[in-house]
Design a protein. Sequence first.
Length: 232
Amino acid sequence: MSRVLGVIGGMGPAATVAFLQRVQALTPAGGDADHIRVVMDLNPQVPDRNTRPGEAEAVLGEMASGLKTAGAQVLAMPCNTAHAQGAGIRAAGLPFIDMIAATADAAVDATIGGGARRIGVLATPGGEALYQAALAERGAEAVLLAGEDRAAFMAAVYGVKRGDRGPEARAEMRRLARALAAAGAEALIAGCTEVPLLLAAGDVDLPLTDSAEVLARACVEACLEGAASSVG
């Protein structure tokens, strides 16, 4: 029997729902009973992870403990930025899949032959810091948006949270991805779970590692096989 997956969600709601769809789609199943049991706390009231990190960590820790009580055996959180508050989640005493580490591994290996060394990161300021550190540990360099493009990225992310996933928003995210390519990126990371709601792999010329897709695969592996290298 597969392990029960606990999902710390709501940051934001649309990204969490899309993540759950990925978990379902990636699970090899011949019927209902073959799918992974999921318990989820979709909490859009988690304090802002960029501006109120201490308060966010306390709430995330409470959510993790609640999921453990509800029967979760392994935890995952489809929010890159909030991984900076991972200590509060790990305090619940369950394995926690590290989305940042798993995505950084995948991105470094994304180019033909592997070994990308300059990787563009589409992420919030908090997410940028996490990926800078993770990529540096792997001998790679994060290429980041600069100037007005950083503000434009955050506007696009908050637009998704308001429900704006239209053509203009998609065009803007494609433009931002091209800006990273022009700055020398050899591969790209969709390092915010709102990004893949606006940007698909076919929209860019560089390899695109989708952090939500990486996390979903890791969840399936962890729950069906009972272990995954990125669980800890």
